[in-house]
Write a new protein. Structure first.
Ligand SMILES: Nc1ncnc2c1ncn2[C@@H]1O[C@H](COP(=O)(O)OP(=O)(O)OP(=O)(O)O)[C@@H](O)[C@H]1O
Length: 268
């Protein structure tokens, strides 16, 4: 029987394809142009960070990908499907963990499964496994008020992963944390991403965080936002914390910083 191999196989659609996507927010008579028409392709399994000056439209872009905002012009597709509403294969994690205070840690992680009517023993077992993977074994029965900020953020990340999303959208998930906790969570996020490959789009203000995590860094320019530079990060994987001491890490940081400096001046 003939099988499709190599060049015969149909091309796999991009995990995310943005075509001429722009966004203007309108309130009464005021219009804010947040994003100029932008094109971007992200391949399945890529880890891509978005970085840029405050107000350049990073969160707007992420919300457009998540189906939480509608583009003013253009289209967003995920796995070849036009995004018109939030899709089940997409997980999201934002800067604020927004845990439900009356639910235990385990029940917070299981929330997406409960909403999807899939909260059986398998899902709970997976939730426990994720809690263990991100260093929260033993805290399943605790309530959010009993956790530190870093622990709450870990719970939010486990929650975003429990439905096995093929695409994970993260908006400054570690922005409110101290540097040590942030580095620990970077290590843990990479561990999860390496053990369960998925496409990740990650918004951050930290150049070193973007370099440590990403295959590519998309640098955006000042408002109205647009893609200023698309920089591949050619550091080998798997990566571990030792990478942060290596000259090639600093070299990559310098490169991204130069692009970011240009992007900041680009609108003036
Ligand atoms: N719902 C909204 N209504 C009106 N304007 C908005 C809305 N959301 C965002 N904006 C505006 O769009 C622009 C881009 O905002 P966005 O939050 O996407 O930027 P950002 O790059 O994520 O910023 P930061 O790095 O500070 O978080 C800003 O000028 C912001 O004021």
């Amino acid at each position: 029987m003939a099988t499709l191999t190599g060049s015969q196989a149909p091309p796999r659609p991009a995990a995310i394809a943005l075509r001429g996507v722009s966004k203007t927010f309108t309130r009464r008579s005021t219009a804010v142009r947040a994003l100029e028409p932008s094109d971007l392709d992200i391949e399945p399994g890529e880890f891509v960070s978005l970085i840029g000056p405050s107000g350049c439209g990073k969160s707007t872009l992420l919300k457009l990908m998540a189906g939480l905002l509608e583009p003013t012009e253009g289209s967003v597709s995920v796995d070849g499907v036009l995004v018109t509403e939030p899709l089940p294969q997409v997980g999201v994690a934002f800067q604020k963990p927004t845990l439900l205070r009356w639910r235990t840690v385990l029940d917070n992680v299981c929330l997406p499964l409960d909403i999807a009517g899939d909260g059986g023993p398998d899902g709970r077992c997976r939730a426990r496994g994720l809690l263990e993977m991100i260093g929260l074994a033993g805290f399943e029965k605790h309530y959010p008020r009993e956790l530190s900020g870093g622990m709450e953020q870990r719970v939010a990340i486990a929650r975003s992963l429990v439905g096995r999303p093929s695409l994970l959208l993260m908006d400054e998930p570690f922005g409110a944390l101290d540097e040590f906790t942030r580095e620990d969570l970077n290590d843990e996020l990479l561990g999860v991403w390496q053990s369960e490959p998925k496409t990740v789009v990650f918004v951050t203000h930290s150049i070193s965080e973007a370099v440590f995590l990403s295959d590519r860094i998309v640098v955006m320019s000042v408002r109205p936002g647009r893609v200023h530079a698309d920089i591949p990060v050619r550091l080998s994987r798997p990566r571990d914390r030792g990478l942060r001491d290596k000259p090639e890490f600093y070299e990559a940081i310098r490169h991204v910083r130069a692009a970011l400096d240009e992007a900041k001046g680009g609108g003036r």
